[in-house]
Design a protein around this ligand. Structure first.
Ligand code: UFG
Length: 340
């Protein structure tokens, strides 16, 4: 497959890992990023990993003129869209901001793509669109009940893609509903690097392991789960990234739209994650059990069957690999920061 792909948000956590896999699969990739939640040196690191020059346009998906220029200068076969905001709690506080970036940004991109005759889109969605599960593992035909502006934004974007396809059959889409991404690239050159105190479990544990945060706060141990702590389906970011290649193949080679979970089918609790991270970093990590976090649910994990049948997707990296690569990444960063 030799095609040219536009990758919005390509300097971010999942976007940068996807960039590496796209290049490895022989695709030509152009990144668009506004660097609002990504560092510029990610581009240098991507060049080291891939051994090739990175093409990146700095700008915003809300800027139609900017997008037109990028699209005029490149003949794309497809787009993979990540650029957006992703903190559930923040979305509750700033619904307007979230709607603008996530929904208006995406519709601006789609309009520019349409104008440029690029009608294959892989969209980064989330398992959060399901809301509280009726059954587990969660299949794709489960009801969608978004419980936050962030989840609602993602569902609106999914709906828009489906409506576009209905209006014009030349569109095709791959909607990928991610479960909980974790881990880092084996090179330790790219990984998750939140600007503020992390909201999510894995990067929080990582900061406890580096000594930047004193202890993990376990949000509740009275859930209806084996050890009482919340259970989630953690998926290695490299597996997740590879899923995008399979989704793109389906669009480019077969023109088949799809909505699939990117999940492992297995759930781990907060304490499972802590123990696995302790094993990876070789330290005991302090924690305290605090109250439940508003909006959290007991447990959910995905049904990976459809992704396997439709795309041939299978997550193969295990929890130890997620923790080890995360630890390698954060400890390498901490060491270089402390170097004189
Ligand atoms: N948790 C803690 N302490 C922390 C952080 C999290 O105990 O400091 C617990 C949570 O209560 C939950 C589990 O760890 O039980 C996972 O929490 P995360 O915040 O890492 O992940 P969520 O499942 O809440 O949500 C994440 C992303 C969403 C995404 C969703 C997809 O934040 O954007 O996964 O499944 F949509």
């Amino acid at each position: 497959m030799s095609s040219k792909v536009l990758l919005t948000g390509g300097a971010g956590y999942i976007g940068s890992h996807t960039y590496v896999e796209l290049v490895a699969a022989g695709l030509e990739v152009v990144i668009v990023d506004n660097f609002s939640n990504a560092r510029r040196d990610v581009l240098d690191r991507l060049e080291i990993i891939t051994g090739a020059k990175v093409t990146c346009y700095e700008g915003d998906v809300l800027d139609a003129g900017f997008l037109d220029q990028v699209l005029a200068e490149n003949a794309f076969d497809a787009a993979v869209h990540y650029a957006g905001k992703k903190a559930v709690g923040e979305s509750v506080e700033n619904p307007l901001d979230y709607f603008r970036t996530n929904c208006v940004g995406f519709s601006t991109l789609l309009a520019a793509l349409d104008e440029a005759d690029v009608r294959r889109v892989v969209f980064s969605s989330t398992a959060t669109v399901y809301g509280k599960p009726d059954i587990l593992p969660l299949p794709e035909n489960h009801a969608t009940r978004p419980e936050s502006p962030y989840a609602e934004n993602k569902l609106i974007c999914e709906t828009l893609l489906r409506q576009l396809k209905t209006s014009d059959d030349r569109w095709s889409y791959g909607i990928l509903r991610y479960f909980n991404p974790a881990g880092a690239h084996p090179s330790s050159l790219i990984g998750e690097d939140p600007n503020d105190i992390p909201n999510n479990l894995m990067p929080y544990i990582a900061r406890v392991a580096t000594g930047d945060l004193a202890r993990l706060r376990v949000f509740g141990d009275d859930y209806d789960t084996p050890d009482g702590t919340g259970v989630r389906d953690y998926i290695h970011v490299v597996d997740l990234a590879k899923g995008h290649i399979q989704s793109l193949r389906k669009l480019i080679d077969k023109d088949e739209s799809h909505i699939v979970n990117l999940s492992t089918g297995t759930g781990y609790s907060v304490l499972d994650m802590l123990r696995a991270y302790e094993k990876a970093c070789g330290k005991t990590l302090p924690y305290e059990v605090t109250g439940r976090r508003a909006g959290d649910i007991d447990g959910f994990w995905g049904d990976p069957t459809l992704a396997s049948n439709l795309l041939g997707f299978k997550a193969v990296r295990d929890l130890d690999d997620m923790c080890q690569t995360s630890w390698n990444w954060v400890s390498r960063k901490t060491n270089s920061r402390n170097r004189p």
